[in-house]
Design a protein around this ligand. Sequence first.
Ligand SMILES: C[S@@+](CC[C@H](N)C(=O)[O-])C[C@H]1O[C@@H](n2cnc3c(N)ncnc32)[C@H](O)[C@@H]1O
Length: 239
Amino acid sequence: MSEEVSPVFQAGLAQLGLSPQVGEAFVRYRQELLEWNARFNLTAIKDPEEVMLKHFLDSLSLLQVYARPQNVRLLDIGTGPGFPGLPLKIARPDWHVTLIEATGKKTLFLQHMVDVLQLKNVEIIHGRAEEIAHKSAYRGAYDLVTARAVTALAGLLECSAPFCKVGGTILLPKKGDMTDEFTQGKRAASQLGLRLKADTPVTLPGLNDGRRLLHWEQQKPCPPQYPRAWAVLTKNPLG
Ligand SMILES: C[S@@+](CC[C@H](N)C(=O)[O-])C[C@H]1O[C@@H](n2cnc3c(N)ncnc32)[C@H](O)[C@@H]1O
């Protein structure tokens, strides 16, 4: 194990049942992220240990509740420099991962990381989730859909549900008090064919600051009119 992997990050990997060897890929990911950040402004987090914990381990926290190891089709909406989709791909190399990102410079970085880490079965889409969601190839196509820090809960659910298989999972990392968002999100969920299955606190080392995972189950197909245009779904949430 590289000395650059802190004991806290190692403890997080161990708690998730991940091999210490995956730490090496994260050290490389961090190096590239911080180098590219100087030119492209990819992340506000610049402290090396904070990158390991608040970006990488926080992304991996989804494995706390989604333990299915094989043949998962994962979609990450608004992935930015890859969170949480790319750390999950590193931890679960057999997953098929699609990353949607609206900003071109971020997709260039994502492709660079896929090349550097020699990851297979990663599809990077430069585009807007609310438009891609209406393409038949992507509709109802994913076992697991996620998005971190993209928009408020109701809008996130409206963007995520169309991509999710019936019986599939939408898993959203959230932080802090979100009472109003939650009320609105639950109302939106009923129109999107979703049910809240669990609301689980993140219990990983270094992340005990009110993080939680909202776990939704797609009970029936999402109605075809969703998602609406971004300006509509963010300003007038369902419900
Ligand atoms: C605050 S960043 C979060 C990035 C990453 N998920 C994370 O947690 O660090 C939000 C990202 O979502 C992207 N984004 C916003 N709206 C989007 C949309 N409608 N479709 C695709 N990407 C979108 C932005 O370009 C930006 O990179």
